[in-house]
Ligand binder design. Structure first.
Ligand SMILES: [Zn+2]
Length: 294
């Protein structure tokens, strides 16, 4: 999306006022005069000096992680499965504006939101490395004018109040120091009665104990601050109504991963297992929930 068109959705993450384009390389806040660079058509709407320790650590980790990412756009089965979970909703047809928070280097949620559903799709991530790659993929996939990528912190969302019909936060909340702050901002930029898709790691208490050590080391490696039970999540999202909850990553998923590793699985069997894996049984490692803003 051209920056001029994008501007009407954006605010200064410092003071929530409008922004203006000073020149092709810079946005400036109309109130506090803070400048924000534009790099390769991507607005960098962050103020690094406001970052907490967790954000500083995560930006280094993710820039490194995404710089090693492959340069080809490819939808693996697990991504298609995730998209099905996010997109196949009763309300999907009524969406015009969609945001994925922490969309990563493939930008696949944003790109496919525009491509499959014709939504005006926005993606933010703390990593510039990721946003440059995602934008390149969006160009390649022919959805540059229906998508926008912005470097932003999830704790200071740079969007106007009541902008979005649908927001997703996939594997995001567990990375944040202050998840409540992000939830409050989501509430602010989501329109009334509109929807939020959350995917978080399920609480240790519900999953099989033999998975705990793998889970624990993964948490340390990628900087997870916590896991969630549906009860915790409902408490955090008390200004929303829970509409739907599903779990994935049950024992059968480990069979699928094993078969994938040994390459003795075909596509049909993969999807058969995947279908079985997504259900209401609370022992899955991933908790997915759809909420509606009250
Ligand atoms: Zn400002």
């Amino acid at each position: 999306m051209e920056i001029n068109k994008l501007l009407k959705f954006l605010v200064c993450p410092n003071c929530n006022s409008g922004l203006t384009m000073t020149n092709s390389k810079k946005l400036t806040c109309l109130k506090c005069s803070q400048n924000y660079p534009i790099i390769q058509n991507i607005p960098i709407l962050i103020n690094q000096k406001n970052f907490d320790q967790q954000e500083k650590k995560q930006i280094v980790w993710f820039d490194k992680h995404y710089s090693q990412f492959e340069n080809k756009y490819h939808l693996e089965n697990w991504r298609i499965s995730m998209l099905n979970r996010i997109f196949k909703q009763k309300f999907s047809k009524k969406i015009t504006t969609y945001l994925d928070i922490g969309c990563g280097a493939t930008g696949y949620t944003v790109i496919e939101g525009a491509k499959q559903n014709n939504w005006l799709s926005f993606g933010i991530d703390i990593s510039l490395e990721a946003m440059i790659k995602a934008q390149r993929f969006a160009n390649d996939q022919g959805v540059a004018n229906k998508t926008a990528f912005i470097v932003s912190s999830a704790q200071n969302l740079p969007f106007k109040k009541d902008t979005f019909d649908y927001i997703s936060a996939i594997s995001l909340l567990e990375h944040l120091e202050d998840d409540k702050k992000t939830v409050n901002q989501i509430k602010n930029i989501l329109k009334k009665d509109k929807f939020l898709y959350i995917c978080v790691p399920n609480t240790y208490l519900k999953i099989w104990p033999f998975i705990w050590p793998f889970y624990y080391f993964n948490d340390l490696k990628i900087g997870h601050k916590r896991h969630y039970s549906i009860k915790n999540l409902n408490k955090l999202l008390n200004l929303f109504t829970l509409k739907r909850v599903i779990y994935n990553g049950h024992l059968i998923k480990f069979l699928q991963l094993f078969l994938e590793k040994t390459k003795i699985i075909n596509n049909k069997l993969w999807w058969k297992i995947e279908e079985k894996d997504i259900n209401n049984n609370q022992s899955g490692v991933q908790l997915n929930a759809v909420y509606q803003k009250k």
